[in-house]
Design a protein around this ligand. Sequence first.
Ligand code: NDP
Length: 308
Amino acid sequence: MTEKVVIIGSGPAGHTAAIYAARANLNPLMFEGIQAGGQLTTTTVIENFPGFQEGINGMELMTKMKEQSLHAGVRILSEEIHSVQLSSRPFKVKSQTQELESETLIIATGATAKKLNIPGEEQFWQRGISACAVCDGALPAFRNKVLVVIGGGDSAAEEALHLSRFGSKIYLIHRRDQLRASQIMQKRLLKNPKIEIIWNTVVTEAKGQKILESVNLKNVQNGEIKNLACSGLFYAIGHTPNTNFLKNQILLDKEGFIITQSNSTKTSIKGVFACGDVQDRYWKQAITAAGTGCMAALETERFLTGVD
Ligand code: NDP
């Protein structure tokens, strides 16, 4: 049997696409992968997803999305897709245990925040270390505290500026003596009295007892190591899209993000749609991922009914 729609990935983009596709009678099959629920399952409280005034735990939000998908009739397999064949339709997708065909494909495999792999990183991940200041910055643990951001791009600038509304002092640690961030973001950073940039420096260790209490910083020019007391450490060193299984099959940008058409989830292959962080190196929010998931399902339906 050829499936109408196979959805790969189970974050907010995948589940929104699944709910819409099921309600459109497309009988979608989702491969939820091994880390079901995606990046949100590794965060703590989510306070910026509409409908949850008191905030909601990331795992709980993704459990609710999965329940809603199941309720809508989505079939969900807890397997990862290892390879796809997109050169002709129906497309072929292959997991560990099966190979099947589908008329269309919605790719929602997300991205993974880059880490540094330094001592203390795993121990204090979500106990002071976060890869999303926009999600976590306003939490009580970070209010009126010294906070550290790593990176020199627009995300780092944006995160430092965002955190300056909550923290008492924000240090931006950058490994070079020049920022990659746009001029306008640089100006805003330099004008903000709460933000101090520490140049030519990398974070080498996260330290604490139960939660993060300090970081070790190394000056890359003279090798000097200093300890800096802080309550929060925010990574803004980029994301890696989860597209290894798509190499040579579909158009990716130089960092591996799927290229989609403007204001659309259409990819370089007709009948293959991409939504969420796997095609978004810019906004990277649960709600924007959900929005593009909705677009992907609607565009899939239009494609299958010959409207588009
Ligand atoms: P970028 O790739 O632009 O920047 C990553 C930063 O992290 C760089 O400064 C890089 O240093 C640094 N970095 C990478 N790896 C390490 C490491 N191992 N140790 C220390 N530092 C490291 O990613 P962003 O997420 O900032 O931005 C992605 C895209 O999204 C960009 O196109 C950006 O313009 C856009 N964006 C725009 C925003 C806006 O305009 N409001 C907001 C957010 C993102 P180095 O510079 O030395 O390479």
